[in-house]
Design a protein around this ligand. Structure first.
Ligand code: AQP
Length: 341
């Protein structure tokens, strides 16, 4: 049984992309492995967010994990900031990273570029989006994780995690950190924006028509899918380069029904886009309805149950993380009082 760690950032409401690309995969992994999954609320601070919104997002995301089928006490869900060792090890790793290697991260370049373009003037880029990968490295290295399941977009950050771990192991001539393996889940599909299918569906997208949220009503799902961009050919074929909108709808349909794309293409071969959209609306709503019911229960009447599950998660995580942090602090020479006792 391998130990696996992963998280979702609390920057907004969860999307169908988060479910099909991440949570769905956790459900499979928990059958055979030890899973630690956190709500990444410290990462959620890297861009400006109101306190109440962040608070709501944290509870909301935790509730979605359990509503989707994460098994409490078997898999361990916790809030990142509840385990202080994340920030503490994050700082140590930051001190062992170089400005150049952080500046080279494409996500930093993209996000800072986007901010500069949006505001079209000299602006201050928050330091958190530069230092984010050091905290992400801490999230992983604290738990001696065997595997980290990530989307392709995160591989560069994970390579940096491995670089920092190796650097510290070499500098201190000891096996401080286990070097994690990266699992790129080829099955985990990338779900694209409904109106701009060349870009990823994202929870922080300001155009709400681009995104199916897990909390969307049946009518909202129907409206968004009906308006989703396709093309004028009326041929249902999987071709992300030339037919990104239609391909995205096929991907959503295939992911939810757990069928392969070829089978779905054949199923839709004699039909028009209207039929494809109706079928996609149906499978999304069938997926969301029972999950939304459970989610509401965790937000309302089962709120204390949710808190108990999270408490179990944080205790489990803290136990591992504190030992690791102590070992690191001892090794690098900053655990003075603890050592002298
Ligand atoms: N559209 C997507 N398709 C497939 N997988 C996705 N994930 C996110 N969007 C899609 C996967 O969800 C996990 C958690 O992601 P995250 O919230 O930590 O960061 P993200 O990838 O940046 O997600 P968003 O929704 O795009 O957030 P914002 O808008 O805040 O940047 C990851 O495993 C990710 O691959």
């Amino acid at each position: 049984m391998a130990r696996i760690i992963s998280g979702i950032t609390s920057t907004g409401k969860l999307t169908l992309g988060n479910y099909l690309g991440a949570i769905n995969n956790f459900l499979k992994l928990q059958e055979e492995h030890e899973l630690l999954i956190f709500v990444a609320n410290l990462h959620g601070l890297t861009l400006p967010i109101k306190a109440q919104e962040l608070r709501d997002n944290i509870k909301d995301i935790a509730a979605w994990y359990f509503a989707a089928g994460i098994i409490p006490n078997k898999s361990h869900i916790f809030i990142q900031s509840d385990v202080l060792a994340h920030s503490q090890l994050g700082y140590i790793l930051l001190c062992n990273s170089y400005v150049g290697e952080l500046e080279r991260m494409t996500q930093f370049k993209d996000k800072s570029q986007k901010m500069t373009n949006q505001q079209n003037k000299t602006i201050s880029i928050p330091t958190g989006i530069l230092t984010y990968p050091a905290l992400m490295a801490a999230d992983i290295l604290l738990y001696d994780a065997d595997f980290v399941p990530v989307g392709v977009d995160q591989t560069q950050h994970l390579e940096l995690t491995k670089t920092l771990a190796t650097r510290m192991n070499n500098n201190y001539k000891t096996d401080l950190f286990k070097i994690p393996k990266i699992i790129i889940d080829k099955q985990a599909q990338k779900i694209m924006s409904l109106q701009e299918p060349e870009k990823k569906m994202s929870k922080s997208d300001t155009n709400l028509k681009n995104t199916i949220f897990l909390s969307d009503s049946k009518q909202e799902v129907a409206n968004k899918i009906k308006k989703a961009v396709t093309d004028s050919e009326n041929i249902i074929k999987f071709d992300p380069e030339h037919k990104p909108g239609v391909s995205n709808l096929l991907t959503i349909y295939a992911s939810i029904t757990k069928k392969d794309i070829k089978t779905c293409e054949q199923y839709f071969s004699n039909h028009n886009y209207g039929f494809l959209k109706e079928e996609v609306i149906k499978v999304i709503n069938d997926l969301l309805e029972p999950m939304q019911k459970k989610h509401q229960e965790f937000i309302n009447e089962k709120s204390s149950q949710l808190a108990k599950y999270l408490e179990e998660g944080v205790n489990f995580a803290n136990n591992i993380a504190t030992k690791k942090l102590n070992f690191v602090q001892d090794t690098i020479g900053i655990n003075f009082i603890e050592k002298e006792r």
